[in-house]
Design a protein around this ligand. Structure first.
Ligand code: TMP
Length: 205
């Protein structure tokens, strides 16, 4: 039996992490694991409804952070913990690091208060590895413009906001180098894929 592992991917909007999820899932399956691919906010029926609200409905900033944690609690209890308990690998597109980056770094919420809430929402649980796609916000913004989608509430934020989010992510990575693998997300998809593959192989070896 394989041992369950919890892997997350993070990064500012436009850093390109979602383009590499299928690759990571396939690399995990190649090791014989059952893989559960999921995301935040979301990952459960209620979580997906909360996602719609938080991405599109104007709300106060503490409310926004609490909605992220509410969706996360459902996700942890109904999806993540049961999957890990049966030995699956869970690959989540974002987790709590995103709240510390977007709501604390980006919007100035108190890190200590949300660290206390984190310990209620997922006591004793942190990802085994977090792949942080790191990119200059100006480059990320130009990638997003090229996609020509209607931006959500977060994607409409300015470059200064994403600079704070990026810095908060990098600060967390520096504080926990055993868990974080920072992937330089500049250059072509193939370049980034190569860096990610090397980092994943080193982790999974
Ligand atoms: P996605 O576009 O990567 O699916 O993420 C949705 C948006 O939600 C993205 O702009 C980041 C934001 N977000 C937060 O602000 N805080 C959180 O805790 C999470 C999980 C996501």
């Amino acid at each position: 039996m394989t041992t369950g592992r919890f892997i997350t991917v993070e990064g500012i909007d436009g850093a390109g992490k979602s383009s590499h999820l299928a690759y990571l899932a396939q690399a995990m399956r190649a090791r014989g694991a059952e893989v559960v691919v999921t995301r935040e906010p979301g990952g459960t029926p209620l979580g997906e409804r909360l996602r719609e609200l938080v991405l599109h409905e104007a709300m106060e900033t503490v409310t926004e952070a609490l909605v992220m944690f509410a969706a996360r609690r459902e996700h942890v209890v109904r999806v993540i913990e049961p999957a890990l308990a049966r030995g699956a690998w869970v690959l989540s597109d974002r987790f709590s690091d995103a709240t510390f980056a977007y709501q604390c770094g980006g919007r100035g919420q108190d890190r200590r208060a949300f660290a206390a809430l984190e310990s209620v929402v997922h006591p004793g649980r942190q990802p085994d590895a977090t792949f942080l796609f790191d990119l200059d916000p100006a480059v990320a913004a130009s990638r997003q413009r090229a996609q020509q989608r209607t931006p959500d509430r977060f994607e409409r934020e300015d470059e200064a906001y994403f600079r704070r989010v990026r810095e908060a992510y990098l600060e967390r990575a520096r504080a926990d180098p055993g868990r974080f693998r920072v992937i330089d997300a500049s250059g072509s998809l193939e370049d980034v894929r190569g860096r990610l593959a090397a980092a994943f192989e080193a982790f999974a070896a």
